[in-house]
Ligand binder design. Sequence first.
Ligand SMILES: Nc1ncnc2c1ncn2[C@@H]1O[C@H](COP(=O)(O)OP(=O)(O)OP(=O)(O)O)[C@@H](O)[C@H]1O
Ligand SMILES: Nc1nc2c(c(=O)[nH]1)N=C(CO)CN2
Length: 167
Amino acid sequence: MTRAVLSLGGNLGDRAGTLRAALVALKEHGLVARSMLYETPPWGPVEQPPFLNAIAVVRGDRDAAGWLALAHELEEAAGRTREVRWGARTLDVDVVTVTADDGTPVTSEDPGLTLPHPRAHERAFVLVPWLALDPTATLPGHGRIADLVAALPAEDVAGVVRWEQLA
Ligand SMILES: Nc1ncnc2c1ncn2[C@@H]1O[C@H](COP(=O)(O)OP(=O)(O)OP(=O)(O)O)[C@@H](O)[C@H]1O
Ligand SMILES: Nc1nc2c(c(=O)[nH]1)N=C(CO)CN2
């Protein structure tokens, strides 16, 4: 068994409906915990509408490639098409970390599946929801999430705004 931290985001169409549907689908795949939804300014060079983002923690009988395959299934179910890198999409699911049950993190430099996700440590839209969900979380190779959030520019952190309360 492994545990994976997934980052979900979308900025086209019914953003909340798409994210909630993906989170419901994850219940069939070992959902352990999920963050609330957050509205976040677009990260990266592409000018585009704001995103809704969330973090999900899943545990199950999959290896890292299996979690990536699940991420792609969720994107396809949301009608995602491949467009501009870092551009707008209905649903993007990234695998942030994968950890074995003994706590050993899976690391990979394969461009098809890089673990931990190579940009997670600098993304407020990943770190802020993750910290709210699990204040003790760490990102292998980068340390405690709490410290990473503290090191982000204050305006990046302030830009991540809670969108919903947990039902
Ligand atoms: N940890 C990972 N999680 C998800 N995809 C990954 C990961 N590492 C590598 N990839 C690869 O990246 C490819 C492109 O992913 P995607 O289109 O979601 O990129 P992006 O969302 O535009 O950028 P970013 O990866 O910075 O979020 C995927 O097809 C996948 O094979
Ligand atoms: N706020 C935010 N910005 C992004 C996001 C995302 O999920 N949230 N995903 C992207 C795709 O790589 C690019 N930029």
